[in-house]
Design a protein around this ligand. Structure first.
Ligand code: F6P
Length: 538
């Protein structure tokens, strides 16, 4: 039975959710002093504390029964073994093969490409690989979008190290992105990586053409392009046609949003060194092993997924906010938006029947502590109920004495606590009464200042923000997404919804450039085209 709602466990969870409506998370701590440890897990250097979820033992049992009934164990085995699980494209989704160590390969070519990347990265980093004017490479520009951008961008930002060429990421077809980036760079010392799984993405190719012209304009000959341009793709023919000789290959079974572990991570190896890239893979592999072997109830990605299912499908929290308390993880929420929403934003089940439950929630967020001074007011007192993931990397002992570090950590933990406890009316009342307020003023202040809390959150603590723990964290989220997709019975590995917009943009490019025929459009689209032409003529 793959329709999740037909499981007895789903129905049991619905009943439990009705009972949960007037329960409090902090009440669960009073009932069970050991709760924090019984609702925490450790894997690959990461601690997940999900004790601030409105989940008790009965709920957890029912969630685990739901996972078992939806065959998470069997489907996990299929995914790990590289069987075809992306049914609409008839492919495996085998990103786990990308992070296997050399002595335990699943797919030999992965290791061949990885070695070629390592060698290339070493040559660029030590100055053997030189540009058209015989200079060493100082800057690397990755041109790519979506999965060909967000992962490496986020990792390079998170692990900022200053011992290799400076990485730059250009995704947007808005000329400001590439033009502003190139304006800061010297063509003679810049290497461009054109990263595109399909090598057919319009934005990426448009930017790549401009970057090539920039090099030619700076004095590079056509034969010099090979020293400044490499490609990462699955489409050798299109790469050759574009005029790039050196291609680092990956394979159609690597989904774009799961591809940072492949040659798509070339910018990471170049900027941070191959050792950092290897550590990233090792961290992901450690999480893969945990995911493969740990019992469902002890399994960090599985519990992350189940807490999300409980909140989303049973408590009606269809908004999920991720707040890393780490400046260097500023790009993580955007990465997770693609990972979760492009994977699980689906309304049909694997075999085509409509999904009858909510699938992925809206994923959003930004770094703490900044977020506290923007939208946390809404999280505490607004009427849109949201569940949260707090991500807290610890720093080493030396940095831990820095008062700013103490502030950072204290704020993260305090916000999770405040969201759960809220501000109790009676405690506030005694505080305010001491101020001798009139009863009207007292009532007014009580109404404005008290709030119920009971907002659930996960806390993910990393030993430190290094390549290993980051690899493990990202792999945990990937597996969370997989488990949720299995429970919802959807294919997490296709993205047909984005295709229509791409086709329509192609048609409009033809119309706006005057090279294509006018299409039949709705009134609004037609009026907008007229408005744009008027603007361009002005
Ligand atoms: O946004 C749609 C999408 O197909 C993503 O899945 C993918 O990561 C991105 O476009 C880029 O695609 P490509 O790597 O083929 O250029």
């Amino acid at each position: 039975m793959s329709d999740p709602t037909q499981n007895a466990a789903w129905q049991a969870l619905e009943t439990l959710a009705e009972g949960a409506a007037d329960r409090r998370i902090d009440g669960l701590f009073f009932a069970e002093p050991e709760r924090a440890s019984r609702y925490s897990l450790e894997a690959a250097g990461i601690t997940l504390d999900y004790s601030k979820q409105l989940i008790d033992d009965e709920t957890r049992r029912a969630l685990l029964e739901l996972a078992a009934a939806q065959k998470v164990v069997e489907k996990r085995a299929d995914m790990l073994a590289g069987r075809v699980i992306n049914s609409s494209e008839q492919r495996p989704a085998w990103h786990v093969a990308l992070r296997r160590p050399d002595d335990a390969p699943l797919y030999e070519e992965v290791h061949e490409v990885r070695h070629a990347m390592a060698e290339f990265a070493r040559a660029v980093r030590n100055g053997e690989w030189r540009g058209f004017a015989d200079d060493a490479i100082t800057d690397v520009v990755n041109i790519g979008i979506g999965g060909s951008d967000l992962g490496p961008r986020m990792i390079c930002q998170a692990l900022a190290r200053r011992d290799g060429p400076q990485p730059h990421f250009v995704a947007n077809v808005d000329p400001a992105d590439l033009d502003d980036t190139l304006a800061r760079l010297n063509p003679a010392t810049t290497l461009v990586i054109v990263t595109s799984k399909s090598f057919g993405t319009a934005e990426t190719l448009a930017n790549a053409r401009v970057a090539r012209q920039w090099l030619i304009d700076a004095g590079a000959g056509e034969h010099d392009i090979a020293r400044h341009f490499v490609a990462v793709s699955t489409n050798r023919e299109a790469v050759t046609e574009f005029g790039i000789e050196r291609m680092f290959e990956f394979w159609d079974w690597v989904g774009g949003r799961y591809s940072l572990w492949s040659a798509v991570g070339l910018s990471i190896a170049l900027a941070l060194g191959d050792d950092a890239f290897e550590q990233l893979l090792a961290g992901a592999y450690a999480m893969d092993q945990h995911f493969e072997t740990a019992a469902l109830g002890e399994n960090l990605p599985v519990m992350l997924a189940l807490a999300g299912i409980w909140n989303n499908n049973f408590l009606g929290l269809t908004s999920h906010c991720v707040v890393p308390y780490a400046q260097r993880l500023a790009a993580l929420p955007s990465f997770l938006q693609q990972l979760e929403m492009e994977s699980n934003g689906k309304s049909v089940r694997r075999e085509g029947a409509p999904v009858t439950v909510d699938t992925v929630p809206t994923i959003w967020g930004s770094v703490g502590t900044n977020a506290q001074h923007a939208y946390f007011q809404m999280l505490h007192q607004g009427d849109l109920a949201v569940d949260m993931d707090f991500i807290l990397p610890l720093s080493d002992a030396a940095a831990a004495g820095d008062p700013r570090e103490i502030e950072r950590v204290a704020n993260c933990i305090a916000q999770a606590e405040a969201l759960m406890t809220g501000r109790d009316r009676s405690a506030l009342e005694s505080e305010l009464k001491e101020q001798g307020l009139s009863s009207d003023a007292l009532e007014h202040r009580l109404a404005a200042r008290s709030f119920e809390g009971n907002r659930p959150s996960n806390m993910l603590v990393l030993n430190t923000l290094d390549a290993h723990s980051l690899g493990a964290l990202i792999a945990a989220y990937e597996h969370k997404v997989f488990v949720q997709g299995v429970i919802w019975d959807i294919n997490s590995f296709d993205q047909w919804g984005v295709e229509l917009g791409k086709t329509m943009a192609g048609q409009l490019v033809g119309e706006l450039s005057g090279e294509g025929k006018a299409g039949a459009h709705d009134g609004s689209t037609q009026a907008l085209l007229t408005r744009v032409r008027r603007g361009w003529q002005a």
